[in-house]
Every structure is written in C-alpha cells, then in structure tokens.
Write a protein that binds this ligand. Structure first.
Ligand code: GLY
Length: 365
C-alpha cells in the first residue's frame, strides 16, 4: 500500500511517496508536475544496469519524451568536473527553465543532480527517485545538494528542495548488502535522536529489515522520512534543530576524511561508528547512562556494522579533520550528544580532551 509523507514548506511543499514497484508507475506522479511532456533522467552506471529500463519503459508507455544521462558510479562523481559536464549536457539538450530533471540513484546522484538543478538557468525543478537505503531515508529528503571539494565533502552546494520524492523499496534488492547495512545507520539515527520507541522497534526488527523484509523496510523508511520531514519543515536551513540530524556525523566525517573517502569505509558505516562515539562521549561527560551506550553498541554489532578498531586511524589526524568540519562556528565545534536513547541535543561545550580520550579508547577496543 502506498504511504505518503509531506514536507511542509509552504508553496515549496512536496510529497514523499513510498511503495513497492512505484517506479513502474512513476509517470502517474511525475506527469502532473510537468509543463511539457519532456524530461531528463540522470543516473549512474549501476542503477542504469539494474533499474533504468523500468523507469524508461514506464515513461515510453506514457508517451513521456525523455533523455537519459548516465554518470560514473561512486563518490568521485560529486566533483566540479562532473558538474560542469552535466550542465553542458543539459544545455546541449536545450532543457528550458520550466522543465524538470530527475535524479535517479543514490546519494551521489541526488546531491549532484540537485545542485546542478539549483544553478541550471538559475534554478530548475527536480524530482528525487532514490535507489539506495541511505538516499531513501536521508539524502533525498530535505533539499541539501552539493559536491565535494579538495577541502572536504559537501563543502560546495545549495539548499534546493525537490518537487517530489518517489521511493521504491524494490530497488534495494539489487544492492550489495553492505549498502543496506550502511544506510541502516541513518535509520537508527532517528530513533536515537528523539524516538526511543522507534529504537526499541528497531532492536526487535532491525535484523529482519536488513535481511530483506519489504514490509519492515517500508515501515522504517516511512518513519524515517516522516521524522526528517518534521525537522526540515521546522528548520530548513539548519539554523538550529536540523543539526540534530548530524548525530554521529562530526565523528563520522572525520573517519571518512582520514580514510581518504574510499570504498573501504562507506558514509553510513562511518556514521554508525560516529554514533557509537557520540554516545561514548555523552557517557564520558556523565550525560548518558552506560546502559544506553551498551544498547547502542550491541545493536550496531547485531546488525553487522563495521568496528572502528579494525581501522588504523590516527587520533590527532581525526581531531584535525573535525576542526575543518563545516559545522564549526566561532571556532567551536557543535556536537550532537545524548542524555539517553531518544534524548539527543546540541552541545557547543564539548571538551576536545574528552573527544581525544573517547577516540583513543575506541581505537584500542
Ligand atoms: N543529512 C542531514 C540533513 O539533511 O540535514
């Protein structure tokens, strides 16, 4: 059954529609948003191999004219070079300001295409059809778009909300299971931020969800999107509460940077480690009961998250990466900490010696 959540942003509000096989009926939801029956699908090689024919077939069946642009898969695609090439292609296809482009893929495609949409002819509409768990529960919702720079990830970008998000859980079935485990960390994040009942539900159902249960996956995606929609509607440009969605990310981004942003550590895997570190930091400063930290650690162990101690990270380098984080403000880092499961909040008063000691402890385990 189709599930719907709305991101409430006044005249820029949009729906998130979640259903099995929705990409086989995508035109039903897309065509009403178009000014003319023409669009461009932008995807990557992996999604093109496994899913593209479904969307193209549906567009053809509905007499929707389309071009398709297939980009290389992987984080390196979120670059100035790929952005320039993509904009060039869109210009040569003579796409007009009132046309629509479609981001069909994971977080890399969603972020790059969203950013291209925000600057193409000073801004064009776009639709997100996320195909990875991470993109379905996080990056396709909320309008954060961008590319990486040599100075760090996501440092160049814009807020540009999509007109629609279409989520099809069946696209998860051609993914490497490691991508499911990585995306799952962002689901757990919503429980830990402010929904202890959802975390308890994940303790019961998380393993079956990872294994492939479509119904559990749909439920968790809907819950995650609803949680994100509420936060984004309240604080679109992250002047306050939206920063809670960065639970585990200050640590996580440092781990990714130190690892050289390569595929031995996916973003979601780094986030899982980062969440554990954020809870350990919260316990170290006396905020969070140790029992809650143990539940978080156990849950990630049960759901096969990678262990930080299996990497050879250098603590001083990690601390330096954190200082370059774009969430620095007035020379201080804002951390998301927690006084328990479902009780996260922002803190600007974290002592970097405590951060160092938590990192040292975790790397020795
Ligand atoms: N992924 C965090 C956010 O969208 O704010």
């Amino acid at each position: 059954m189709m599930q719907k959540t709305t991101v409430d942003l006044g005249n820029r509000s949009y729906d998130i529609l979640i259903d099995e096989n929705i990409i086989d009926n995508a035109a039903d939801y897309i065509v009403p948003l178009l000014k003319r029956a023409k669009t461009v699908i932008i995807t990557d090689e992996n999604v093109a191999r496994h899913q593209l024919s479904r969307l193209e077939h549906n567009f053809s069946e509905n007499n929707l004219e389309y071009d398709t642009i297939i980009l290389p898969a992987g984080e390196a695609t979120k670059s100035f070079e790929q952005l320039e090439e993509l904009l060039d292609k869109l210009l040569s296809l003579r796409l007009e300001r009132t046309d629509m482009i479609i981001a069909f893929g994971g977080g890399v495609i969603g972020d790059l295409v969203g950013f291209a949409a925000s600057i193409y002819l000073r801004g064009i509409d776009f639709i997100q059809i996320p195909t990875t768990l991470l993109a379905q529960v996080d990056s396709s919702v909320g309008g954060k778009t961008g590319i990486n720079s040599r100075h760090g990830k996501n440092l160049i970008g814009a807020f540009h909300q999509p007109r629609l998000v279409l989520i099809d859980v069946t696209t998860l079935e051609t993914l490497d299971p490691r991508h499911i485990i990585a995306g799952y960390a962002e689901i757990v994040k919503y429980g830990l931020i402010n929904d202890d009942a959802f975390f308890a539900w994940l303790e019961q159902n998380g393993e079956a969800l990872i294994e492939g249960d479509r119904n559990l996956r749909s439920q968790a995606i809907r819950k995650s999107c609803a949680a994100k929609a509420t936060v984004v509607a309240d604080d679109e440009r992250e002047t306050g509460a939206r920063a809670l969605l960065n639970l585990g990310h200050t640590f996580g981004h440092a781990l990714e940077a130190e690892n050289g942003y390569n595929d031995t550590l996916f973003h979601g895997e780094a986030v899982a480690m980062g969440i554990i570190l954020a809870f350990k930091l919260s316990a170290k400063t006396g905020l969070c009961p140790h029992d809650d930290v143990d539940r978080v650690v156990k849950h990630f162990q049960k759901t096969s998250a990678k262990q930080i101690s299996s990497f050879n990270f250098n603590v001083e380098n990690l601390l330096n990466h954190m200082k370059g984080d774009k969430k620095m403000s007035g020379g201080k880092l804002t951390f998301v900490v927690a006084s328990g499961i479902g009780k996260s909040f922002l803190s600007k008063n974290v002592n970097m010696d405590d951060v160092r000691s938590v990192l040292e402890g975790a790397l020795k385990e």
